[in-house]
Design a protein. Structure first.
Length: 171
């Protein structure tokens, strides 16, 4: 396994729309394993392939406190969503140190392929529901800050660009 580089907002590659995985083969299983290692290393609850500059529909997530409930979603689809909405604070490994409130469906039913290529369905609520919707947005080229006001987004963009410059200088 190897650690992958996570793209940082406002990298334009984060706005690429992912294509469906044609076959869950050894290459995809390797990607899944590398994404898992990268997510756990970064202490994230979810990671979409888009964030590691691979534009195929693959998500890994683990919203458990114990960090041992890995979920692999390949070609995920939301097949049902609650009318009830829920607002919660979100963050993103591609937008470090930025947290803000986003409204999402409180519950979603998801169909996806697993690492074994087999289809499965599950209902998610709470953090898992937020995470699925957040990560599926990544596959559509959407970062959560795009739900915020233009003013907030501009401030975040400026802060991220400054951080990238500081990181380059090694500050
Ligand atoms: Ni994210």
């Amino acid at each position: 396994m190897s650690l992958l580089t996570i793209l940082r907002y406002p990298d334009p590659r984060l706005h690429t729309v992912a294509r469906p995985v044609a076959a869950v083969d050894e290459r995809i299983r390797q990607l899944v394993d590398d994404m898992c290692q990268t997510m756990y290393e970064a202490d994230g609850v979810g990671l979409a392939a888009t964030q590691v500059d691979v534009h195929e529909c693959v998500i890994v997530m683990d919203t458990s406190d114990s960090r041992d409930q890995l979920q692999v979603l390949i070609n995920p689809e939301i097949i049902a969503a609650s009318a009830e909405m829920h607002v919660a604070e979100e963050g993103c490994l591609s937008v470090p140190l930025v947290y803000d409130k986003v409204e999402r469906h409180a519950r979603v039913t998801v169909r996806a392929l697993g690492r074994d290529g087999q289809p499965h369905e599950f209902e998610a609520e709470g953090l898992a529901a937020i995470c699925v919707q957040h990560e599926m947005d990544h596959l559509l080229g959407k970062v959560f800050v795009e739900y915020l006001s233009a003013l907030k987004r501009d401030r975040i963009r400026t802060k991220m660009l400054k951080k990238a410059r500081d990181d380059l200088r090694g500050d």
